[in-house]
Design a protein around this ligand. Structure first.
Ligand code: SF4
Length: 466
């Protein structure tokens, strides 16, 4: 497709077994491992690296599984540079251990070879419904299933995965990898019901009446924010998450190429500079865009995107416009034709003149504008039930004990929908705590139920004695 970059080929090459073992052997197996401190889910990194260095990927996988349900995904899309790898002591003077690539290697090897067979408990502790099958929902399902809960996931799309399937492009996270991780979770005994939209096909009240003891809302932030720019309603303006979703559907063969908005030769502008903006920009190039300009109102040091993502985007040809905003979008006969970009000058110390503060304006030819400026929760669940309070931006309010419970008893929320940090691993970190909260809550209500049943039994016994 565009510029000789494949739309779907994974950009990062994985390790061979020999490369992985050699890399693992470089690890110092530190007594106080900084890498582990940098991992939001406290992955026991040196322990599994040590097992791998001895040639035991099965043992390594068992250690990883104790903390993570999605290692093949984390190994690819986590912000390693800010987390485990950014904390590795070897990085201070030389090259950090490539922890992400090692995790990916072990998880892929396990996916191919089926290294471990887990002994699972009977599902007798209670029934939990999970709405949404993104990273938070899958983590809750995996953790609770391993602890003896019967878990069912309700997913609105025809296939599970949420943001992992639609929000992250194939070249960063192949969908086969996502499918394989989800199949592993299903093998734990989790059932997944697709094409089930909360608020349309079922409500929270329905789920309770079907006998679920607790319900988890892991529905993320599906409603993109739109900037109030003149011309934002033109045909050629799209939200990044809708654009990426269409590309995923095209990749799967569900829609035609003509339904993907970016065409060969298009001049594309992307507003925003987080990882979704990088994904949209790099995907537009892969679709054959003649040029892709990222427009961001702050500086490179303030961008939310990972440095590695930015570097790769630059290498592929994406241009960056710092301290800049699109202030108008124009059309010619209803067709998007140009954008007006306003750029603030860099501050010069000691110069308080007007010249320094006046932005410059450029009118540039354009065919498409993609907005990647964040998203907020869609309100479908909350608006079709009672008792779940949200803040003024629509994020679900939750409490500390039991962790993650909303203002409605037995209904929990976590990950992005509760306004907690938005990366895959942070959604997982939050979900792990919510899983603990759900387990505590369900155990408590079961205990109360059994206590409340006891007097009847005692009375019977007493009657018998009389
Ligand atoms: Fe190994 Fe680096 Fe972690 Fe030390 S900090 S245990 S060297 S990965």
């Amino acid at each position: 497709m565009g510029k000789g970059i494949s739309l779907n080929k994974e950009v990062s090459r994985g390790y061979t077994m020999l490369e992985a073992i050699n890399e693992a052997k470089r690890c110092l197996n530190c007594k106080v491992p900084q890498c582990k401190k940098g991992c939001p889910i406290g992955n026991d990194i040196p322990d599994w690296i040590h097992e791998l260095s001895k040639g035991n990927p099965g043992n390594a996988m068992e250690i990883i599984h104790a903390k993570s349900n999605l290692p093949a995904i984390c190994g690819r899309v986590c912000a390693h540079e800010r987390q485990c790898e950014g904390h590795c002591v070897l990085g201070k003077k030389g090259e950090h251990i490539n922890i992400g690539k090692l995790e990916r290697f072990i998880a892929d090897f396990d996916g191919d070879m089926g290294l471990i067979g887990e002994t699972l408990p009977q599902k007798t502790r209670g029934r939990v419904a999970v709405i949404g099958s993104g990273p938070a929902g899958l983590t809750i399902a995996g953790d609770l299933s391993r602890q003896g809960f019967a878990v069912e996931i309700f997913e609105m799309e025809p296939e599970a995965g949420g943001v992992l399937r639609f929000g992250i492009p194939e070249y960063r996270l192949p969908k086969d990898v996502v499918r394989r991780e989800i199949e592993k979770i299903e093998r734990l005994g989790v059932s997944i019901h697709c094409n089930q939209t909360a608020g349309e096909d079922f409500t929270i009240d329905d789920l309770f009446s079907r006998g679920f003891d607790a319900i988890f809302m892991g529905t993320g932030t599906g409603k993109p924010k739109m900037l109030d720019i003149p011309g934002n309603d033109l045909e050629g303006v799209r939200m990044a998450i809708y654009f990426l979703r269409r590309v995923s559907l095209f990749n799967e063969g569900s829609i035609g190429r003509e339904e993907v908005m970016v065409n060969e030769g298009d001049r594309v502008f992307v507003i925003g500079c987080g990882n979704t903006a990088m994904d949209a920009a790099r995907t537009a190039l892969r679709l054959g865009a003649a040029s892709v300009d990222v427009v961001y109102h702050r500086t490179i040091n303030e961008m939310a995107a990972l440095r590695a993502e930015y570097d790769e985007a630059v290498e592929e040809g994406v241009r960056f416009n710092w301290r800049s905003s699109i202030v108008e979008i124009h059309d010619e006969g209803g067709r998007l034709s140009e954008v007006v970009v306003e750029t603030k000058p860099e501050a010069v110390e000691g110069d308080a003149s007007d010249q320094q503060t006046q932005p410059t304006r450029r009118t540039l030819p354009a065919d498409k504008v993609i907005m990647a400026v964040g998203s907020v929760p869609a309100s479908r669940i909350v608006s079709t039930t009672t008792g779940i309070d949200v803040d003024d931006r629509g994020y679900v309010l939750t409490r500390e004990y039991p962790y993650g419970m909303t203002t409605r008893k037995g209904v929990f929320a976590g990950g992005d929908v509760a306004n907690r940090q938005a990366t895959v691993v942070h959604a997982m970190q939050d979900a792990k705590r919510v899983a603990e909260g759900i387990a505590q809550y369900v155990d408590a209500i079961k205990l109360m139920e059994s206590i409340n049943r006891k007097p009847e039994t005692n009375t019977d016994d007493e009657n018998k004695q009389e």
